[in-house]
Ligand binder design. Structure first.
Ligand code: GTP
Ligand code: MG
Length: 356
């Protein structure tokens, strides 16, 4: 699953990306602001670390997400708008968009459109997503109309799609995202291949002044959930040796780097959940879509486990931790034997029984 950082020029995307990538242990070169950067990032998960501390396996594996840092979109002039279009495909390939907007004052960094206004920048980006989708819908409508003039066996299907596309167009023209005009799950499925930008899950990241990073929580940015952080601080933390971080954070009045919160928020926003496995060889977090059943979870590990599925021996991480270990959790009656259709919850620790 992939998250794209999208924003106006110089909003702090690459600084933040650098910090997020460093969480996965990789120090990326972000010196070329005209090119996208890609990093695979480990999803911080204290539960896996607790399990690893307990079972001391040779291998510990966290869930992973991909992040891509795109060049800034300058929508203030025609040439910039044309260049922005070249990044639409990369944005469509992402599963989610994180809009990074500026609210830091620093006069040494020239502000986009000569103003510092995070909400206005976000509004502009969201409108651009709608334009991008409108472009795509219009092209599709023209194609369908042309196809309907030719005799084919697919008329009924085409008329139905045309009707839907006209509906999407009307929504987009009144500045509403595609997601508001999808009438059924079947339509949603049909639309997936178009990868509309205004249908993607999204969050706003407000890049604030260093002095404001500790103040207050994550305020709402209309209409998206929002994370407030200082990309500059995040980058500095990433460059510090781990031993020096606590003192640095304490100085700034911060409990933890914001990047962990950001990564987890993206995970949640894409409706992903983790189930955990632990054994002598490996403790591991596995990613599945929220609402997935036990067989789907089993298949994530190996198709044989799904095929020969018998039962999922399941305990919630909280119950396991409260008990101290598997034995105690079992004695306390906290281990459940779940069947194929059991809906796996975030933090379930599962041992699959299977037979092939
Ligand atoms: N004071 C301050 N400066 C910042 C902050 N974040 C970024 N900057 C500075 O702003 C400039 C741009 O930061 P980048 O991370 O390169 O911004 P960007 O969004 O990747 O820029 P483009 O890729 O060119 O669109 C750099 O000089 C950063 O040091 C911040 O939180 N506070
Ligand atoms: Mg950049």
């Amino acid at each position: 699953m992939r998250v794209a950082f999208v924003g106006p020029p110089q909003s702090g995307k690459s600084d933040l990306f650098y910090a997020v990538a460093a969480a996965g242990g990789s120090h990326v070169d972000v010196s070329r602001s005209d090119q996208p950067h890609l990093a695979v990032v480990k999803v911080p998960d204290e539960r896996v670390l607790w399990l690893a501390g307990k079972y001391k396996p040779p291998k510990t594996t966290l869930a992973e997400l991909e992040f891509v840092d795109l060049p800034g979109l300058d929508l203030s002039e025609q040439e910039g708008r044309e260049r922005a279009k070249t990044h639409w495909p990369a944005m469509r390939q992402a599963d989610m968009l994180a809009f990074v907007v500026r609210s830091f004052a620093d006069p040494s960094v020239a502000p986009y459109r000569k103003r510092v206004d995070a909400q206005a920048d976000l509004d502009e980006l969201l409108t651009e997503m709608i334009f991008a989708d409108l472009d795509q819908v219009t092209v599709r409508i023209d194609k369908l109309n042309a196809a309907l003039k030719k005799p084919t066996g697919k008329k009924e299907e085409q008329v139905r799609e045309l009707d839907m596309m006209e509906r999407l167009k009307a929504a987009l023209e009144s500045d509403k995202p595609v997601s508001t005009a999808v009438a059924s799950d079947a339509e949603g499925k049909l639309l997936r291949s178009f990868a509309f930008l205004s249908q993607k899950p999204a969050i706003a990241v407000v890049n604030c002044d260093e002095s404001q990073a500790a103040g207050g929580g994550d305020e709402q940015m209309k209409p998206l959930p929002c994370i407030r952080l200082s990309a500059k601080i995040e980058r500095e933390i990433a460059d510090l040796p781990a031993a020096d971080r606590p003192a640095f954070l304490a100085d700034l009045g911060l409990a933890a780097p914001a990047r962990d919160r950001l990564i987890r928020a993206c995970y949640g926003r894409m409706k992903l959940v983790s189930f955990l496995t632990c054994g002598e060889d490996e403790c591991r977090a596995w990613t599945i879509p929220s609402g997935a059943d036990a067989v789907t979870a089993a298949a994530e590990i190996h198709s044989d486990i799904a095929r020969g599925f018998i039962r999922a021996e399941t305990v919630s991480f909280e119950d396991l931790k409260a008990g101290g270990d598997m034995k105690c959790a079992k004695a306390a009656g906290k281990i459940r034997l779940e069947g194929k259709t059991y809906v796996v919850r975030d933090g379930d620790v599962i041992n699959f029984r299977f037979n092939v």
